[in-house]
Design a protein around this ligand. Structure first.
Ligand code: FPP
Length: 258
């Protein structure tokens, strides 16, 4: 007979709670909304709408498990290439989420933040984002970071430009920096300098690509890929990903100690 699951006082599986609390940062590439919808005879837009349900469920669960940071790839710098109606729908969903979710974020003590070229988003989305960030700024729980109009190459290029401008203005002596200090100066100019390195990156819908997401932060992160489309991804799938992560041996380029 299988051993009974061990649950912590709040009814969550104790092993997953322990893993979640040992992890600094999990990110998700939420892929497969369109395929999920098509397979059910629905419109792509309906796939995105169901995807918002997954965002809600997974965020709430991650916060309850005690995860420190969850970053979601919600809109990439490349997603502007999609048909205008789809882009407009994604922006509408995003704005609605940012407004409707405020009560839920406050209740779960989640602090909402963002990364990306935010100035390139529509004005109403920027306003909803800024207001939700301000409202949740004092929350002591999980950091939920939305990657919006985000590309990792663009993030690195933006950081390099800032460093070059600071060097030109005489604020940094790039020629006097040793290798570690140069790395630290660049890291300080990323969109969210305090963002912890990624421990785990989850990608749905069977794809195994990084797709211009968090190149710097993912240097030693672990991948967990699953076949289901994002609209199907729920609490137990996050738990499965965390258990998979806990089975990995991480050496960061060193050797395993035996
Ligand atoms: C990828 O699926 C998904 C996206 C490009 C957008 C993700 C957006 C959401 C889940 C909804 C809005 C987000 C928030 C945070 C409220 P796809 O359309 O590329 O799927 P496909 O590869 O099957 O076509």
């Amino acid at each position: 007979m299988a051993a009974a699951a061990d649950f912590s006082s709040n009814g969550l599986p104790a092993d997953v709670v322990a893993i979640a609390r040992s992890v600094r940062h999990v990110a998700i590439i939420m892929d497969g909304n369109g395929r999920w919808a098509r397979a059910r005879g629905l419109k792509r837009i309906q796939g995105h709408e169901h995807g918002v349900e997954s965002v809600r469920a997974v965020t709430r669960h991650a916060a309850r498990l005690g995860l420190a940071q969850l970053t979601l790839f919600a809109f990439s710098t490349e997603n502007w290439k999609r048909p205008r109606t789809e882009v407009r729908t994604l922006m509408r969903l995003l704005k609605r989420y940012l407004i409707d979710e405020r009560g839920e974020l406050m209740q779960n003590r989640v602090r909402l933040t963002s990364i990306g070229r935010i100035a390139g988003l529509p004005k109403d989305v920027r306003r909803a984002l800024r207001d939700t960030e301000a409202l949740t700024a004092g929350n002591p729980g999980m950091v939920l970071c939305l990657a919006l109009n985000y590309g990792a190459r663009q993030e690195l290029a933006d950081a390099a430009r800032r460093l070059a401008l600071d060097a030109l203005a005489g604020r940094v002596r790039v020629d006097a920096l040793d290798d570690d200090a140069l790395e630290a100066e660049l890291a300080r100019r990323l969109y969210q300098p305090e963002m912890p390195p990624l421990d785990l990156l989850i990608r749905t819908a069977g794809e195994k690509r990084l797709s211009n997401f968090l190149l710097w932060q993912m240097s030693y992160g672990e991948f967990h890929c699953c076949d289901m489309g994002w609209p199907e991804f729920r609490e137990e799938d996050l738990e499965e990903a965390l258990r998979d992560y806990a089975r990995r041996t991480r050496t960061f380029g060193g050797l395993v100690r035996r």
